[in-house]
Design a binder for this molecule. Structure first.
Ligand code: NAD
Ligand code: MG
Length: 402
């Protein structure tokens, strides 16, 4: 009897996964949305990982609980008060304190893989340290690439460290591009849900509560607001450009409200490949943690009949100027993406605290970009200077734009 066509693939189903070796894993930002889901993925893969460290900014009680649960003996808290409280509460392990403590945690971890799920440009330093030490990085902190761009990818190339994205669209593209020879990609297409205001005409009186209601994904506060303004797609354009070396005029954004197709890749022979699945970040996290292996996850297989339809439309750059501003800053390059990111972080924070209107976010960013322009970047130091300047200016403008 000959083998049926499906036969060889049955071998890929493993009743009990046998991991080749135990990966030493460091998780930064472990108390956040990505961090807690990453620990869920780790718990499901018994014997695959040894968690060698965890970090958070100020949320010390859940951090210590995670450390106890996962047998971790070293953590870092960037907030000094929280670190002092944690050290008092937890005497079985070591608590490193402040941004320097976080850097030490990374540098001394001996990790095989660093999962960076810190939010904002605060994630850049740890990414640089991990890559400098030659450690592979599973990168949820897209701001590392937005701000650090070529310097970050050049560093990874120089030390041979692998950079694997954790972002549904970029995980999808990584997946779709694996195995393709160089030079065959014509276009990358990133999908966007369109956020909670896709069909709302007037965005003048948007409340924080409305902006925090994402239609398809459950995420941390900052990225949820970035999704509502479409800035998140702008940051993702830059993330894709740096990860895959694709020019900006070959990366498109398409609004797809069901969030089932995460990205598409168009090739030179007329074929288009799409990556699909229900929106669940554990798929992207497990891909990065287990790559090039795979793990079982309790996620239902896609049911196309139940889904019924998928819709697509162009993003509206008039109602969502943040996406336009991000593309302009990306094309300008140099310090402009760093300034855009810093201004956005300050503006989103002000919006969440009721000090700035929703439409004020784009106004503040535009003001900062007009004032600071774009300059060449020779080293990381130049980026830290721009980040600080942009934050200061954004804070000044918020008084005006509110
Ligand atoms: P979150 O706010 O839920 O968690 C952020 C984590 O970082 C927390 O552990 C927090 O304690 C820590 N942190 C915050 N500020 C810090 C600082 N200044 N220094 C050190 N640590 C700090 O955020 P999230 O939604 O998990 O997002 C994390 C990153 O992943 C972001 O870059 C985001 O864009 C990206 N991302 C998130 C999702 C998602 O579904 N949540 C999807 C794709 C990409
Ligand atoms: Mg994404």
């Amino acid at each position: 009897m000959g083998e049926s066509i499906g036969e060889p693939y049955k071998a890929l189903r493993r009743p009990l996964p046998q991991w080749a070796s135990v990966k030493r894993l460091l998780i930064l930002g472990s108390t956040g949305s990505i961090g807690t889901q990453a620990l869920d993925v780790v718990s499901r893969a018994k014997g695959a990982f040894e968690v060698v460290g965890l970090s958070a900014s100020s949320n010390h009680v859940p951090l210590i609980q995670q450390a106890i649960e996962h047998g971790v003996t070293r953590v870092a808290l960037t907030d000094a008060n929280a670190a002092a409280q944690a050290a008092e509460l937890w005497t079985q392990g070591e608590v490193l304190r402040g941004p320097e403590g976080l850097i030490r945690l990374v540098a001394e971890s001996g990790a095989d893989l660093v999962l960076n799920s810190i939010v904002g440009s605060a994630g850049l330093g740890p990414t640089i340290v991990a890559l400098t030490e030659g450690m592979d990085v599973a990168l949820a902190n897209k701001e590392s690439l937005v701000v650090g761009g070529e310097l970050v990818t050049a560093l990874a190339e120089a030390t041979g460290a692998r950079l694997v994205p954790i972002d549904s669209e970029h995980t999808a593209m990584h997946h779709l591009l694996t195995g393709e020879p160089p030079g065959v990609v014509e276009r990358l297409i990133i999908t966007a849900s369109g956020g909670p205001f896709r069909t709302r005409g007037d965005l003048q009186n948007v409340t924080v509560e409305e902006a925090l209601k994402h239609p398809t994904w459950s995420m941390g506060g900052k990225i949820t607001i970035d999704s509502a303004t479409l800035m998140n797609k702008g940051l993702e354009l830059m993330e894709a450009h740096h990860l895959f070396g694709t020019p900006y005029d070959q990366i498109d954004v398409v609004v797809h409200p069901q969030s089932i197709i995460h990205a598409l890749v168009q090739l030179c022979d007329g074929s288009t490949k799409a990556h699909m699945g229900y929106p669940d970040m554990r798929v992207a996290i497990a891909y990065a943690l287990h790559h090039p292996d795979r793990a079982d996850l309790p996620i239902p297989p896609l049911d196309l009949i139940k889904l019924g339809r998928m819709d697509f439309e162009a993003p509206d750059l008039t109602r969502f100027p943040c996406l336009r501003l991000a593309r302009e800053a990306a094309v300008a390059g140099g310090t402009a993406p760093c300034a855009l990111n810093a201004a956005n972080e300050v503006a989103v924070h002000a919006f969440l605290n009721g000090r700035l209107s929703f439409m004020g976010i784009a106004k503040v960013i535009e003001g900062v970009l007009e004032e600071l322009g774009s300059h060449r970047v020779h080293d990381f130091e130049a980026l830290y200077v721009t980040d600080a300047e942009a934050r200061e200016l954004a804070n000044e403008l918020i008084g005006v734009a509110a």
